[in-house]
Design a protein around this ligand. Structure first.
Ligand SMILES: Cc1cc2nc3c(=O)[nH]c(=O)nc-3n(C[C@H](O)[C@H](O)[C@H](O)COP(=O)(O)OP(=O)(O)OC[C@H]3O[C@@H](n4cnc5c(N)ncnc54)[C@H](O)[C@@H]3O)c2cc1C
Ligand SMILES: NC(=O)c1ccc[n+]([C@@H]2O[C@H](COP(=O)([O-])OP(=O)(O)OC[C@H]3O[C@@H](n4cnc5c(N)ncnc54)[C@H](OP(=O)(O)O)[C@@H]3O)[C@@H](O)[C@H]2O)c1
Length: 475
């Protein structure tokens, strides 16, 4: 049984010092918040809670499996979760169907919400719900083995795919569609996704932006990678690029955009390749207006040609183009979801805050904080979350002397369990890692992710009852 000593505030002179903090979410922002708290304050104790039994958020369930180097950032995040004053408690959902935020506030001096942006934006055009039309979020969750994934059959009878959007997620899903089995097999991709991608007959992938190449959101490194894919040709139409006023003279563009335009220009100028098994067509100035059905499923995506409006936006031209596709992946950004009991700005999909302090009706809510995508919105790479988390941790610690005056109940874990939560501690996570290594070995691959809740629970289960490490912070 897990034992934790009573944690009440310890007076140091006139100050009260020991702070017990819950961080909700173990993605980059949650882990960086925990790191910043323990680095800045030698007394603070942090529980990092996640609704999943596995830590690391989108680093595990979003970063593309063929980006091993970025995936390996997990080992840095892991060091933080193994810190003696940090404890990982997976399998605990906060909000609807789980522990109410108000209950959490009773158990900790402060709570930091780092819950990310769990859902996708919609296009709002007819046909969006046709079979064959998916959000990139669903596709990413499938090939990343997110346990909530229910969808399959993305690739059944698909010869042509449209990816709507030209951000880095669009590049990720385009690349995964184009990759061959030999390149995907060494990754930790779940076996069912690998099998489906190996059998895929997708020959054409159209990645389509509604604005011009100088306004695309992808980064040059990610864009260039498309050009290096084996057996794949990248096709760009110079006439379409030339619609962009910056195309003729990209020197006035910021460096990142200029490099993108230069890469695209080189591709447009290249002689047509021959015999590649797959083609990636990068298209610009086309906005989706309808998804068209053929025989009860997606058959094509209708786009309207747009033209630059001289203010960075576009206007419709009244001319349309249908691109044949049996699969559409809508990659138009993520969106935060409201957490029951927390304020929410529906326009921005974020929690209102002041330097990380949650605002309720414009006033600071003592003891409640946010960091990461739920604070800033769904943009920025992993590293962007570090300064964001530091700002929040700094605000929290500044409030600490006041927050720590409150006497807390003895053991948050027992009280969390009393709400019906079944926490998976660090030992449970390590057991999942071992099971994934064993699964991979049995398939003749490296580590292979467990694909669903049942497998994760089974793997973690044996370790749950002897989670001696969840006591680590309360030595
Ligand atoms: C598909 C994709 C690929 C990406 N690839 C890269 C890349 O290659 N390189 C890069 O630098 N950046 C990449 N990014 C961006 C990067 O992943 C984000 O900047 C970062 O993950 C945001 O961190 P976060 O902690 O705010 O959210 P998340 O990483 O989403 O973490 C949120 C955590 O909160 C948990 N949670 C949510 N709701 C609850 C709840 N109610 N109760 C308890 N726990 C909850 C979730 O399970 C999750 O673990 C990618 C993003 C996406 C979407
Ligand atoms: N390797 C990496 O480093 C990596 C990998 C994946 C993700 N990330 C990061 O994660 C964050 C999220 O990435 P993301 O790709 O989801 O979002 P994003 O960068 O915001 O890109 C969204 C794309 O969708 C388009 N879009 C939005 N609404 C649309 C609509 N109604 N119709 C057509 N197009 C529409 C946008 O076009 P407009 O510009 O015209 O609005 C943009 O091209 C980014 O910061 C990204 O850099 C990083």
């Amino acid at each position: 049984m897990l034992e934790t000593p009573a944690i009440s505030s310890v007076p140091l002179g006139k100050e009260f010092r020991v702070l017990r903090v819950a961080v909700v979410g173990s993605g980059p922002s949650g882990v960086y918040t925990a790191q910043s708290l323990v680095q800045q304050d030698p007394e603070v104790l942090v529980d990092v809670l996640d609704r999943l039994p596995c830590p690391f958020g989108l680093v595990r369930y979003g970063v593309a499996p063929d980006h091993e180097k970025i995936k390996s950032l997990q080992s840095n995040l892991r060091t933080v979760l193994e810190h003696e004053r940090v404890r990982f408690l997976g399998g605990i959902r906060i909000g609807a169907g789980g522990v109410p935020p108000a209950r959490l506030r009773e158990l900790y001096h402060a709570v930091v919400y780092c819950v990310g942006a769990a859902t996708d934006r919609h296009l709002g055009v007819p046909g969006e719900e046709l079979p064959g039309s998916w959000s990139a979020t669903e596709f990413v969750s499938w090939y990343s083995a997110h346990p909530d994934t229910v969808a399959e059959g993305f690739l059944s009878d698909v010869r042509s795919a449209v990816v709507v959007g030209v951000g880095n997620v669009a590049v990720d899903v385009t690349r995964i569609l184009a990759r061959r089995t030999a390149e995907l097999s060494p990754t930790d991709m779940p076996q069912a996704a690998l099998t489906a991608l190996a059998a895929s007959e997708v020959g054409e992938i159209h990645m389509v932006g509604r604005r011009g190449p100088s306004q695309a959101r992808f980064t040059t490194k990610e864009l260039r990678e498309l050009g290096g894919l084996p057996d794949t040709e990248v096709v760009v139409d110079e006439a379409e690029l030339a619609l962009d006023p910056a195309y003729g003279d990209p020197s006035a563009l910021p460096a990142a955009q200029r490099r993108n335009v230069e890469v695209l220009r080189d591709w447009a100028a290249a002689a047509p390749g021959r015999g590649a098994r797959r083609r990636i067509r990068l298209r610009f100035f086309l906005r989706p207006v309808e998804l068209l059905a053929r025989q009860g499923r997606l058959g094509a995506v209708r786009f309207e040609r747009t033209l630059p409006d001289a203010h960075g936006g576009v206007t419709g031209s009244g001319r349309y183009e249908d691109i044949e596709a049996q699969l559409a992946l809508r990659s138009v950004g993520y969106r935060g979801v409201p957490l029951e009991g927390l304020p929410f700005d529906p326009e921005r999909g974020t929690v209102p805050h002041l330097a990380g302090r949650v605002l309720r009706e414009g006033a600071v809510a003592p003891g409640e904080y946010v960091a990461g995508w739920i604070k800033r919105g769904p943009t920025g790479v992993i590293g962007t979350n570090r300064p964001c988390a530091k700002e929040t941790a700094t605000s929290l610690l500044a409030d600490g002397p006041v927050l720590a005056r409150r006497e807390l109940p003895r053991d948050p874990l027992e009280l969390l369990r009393a709400t019906g939560a079944e926490p998976v501690g660090w030992a449970g996570w390590l057991a999942i890692e071992r099971a994934e290594a064993a699964l991979g070995a049995s398939l003749g691959r490296g580590v292979v992710k467990l694909p669903d809740w049942a497998a994760l629970r089974l793997a973690a289960g044996s370790a749950e009852i002897c989670v001696q490490d969840t006591q680590q912070q309360h030595r």
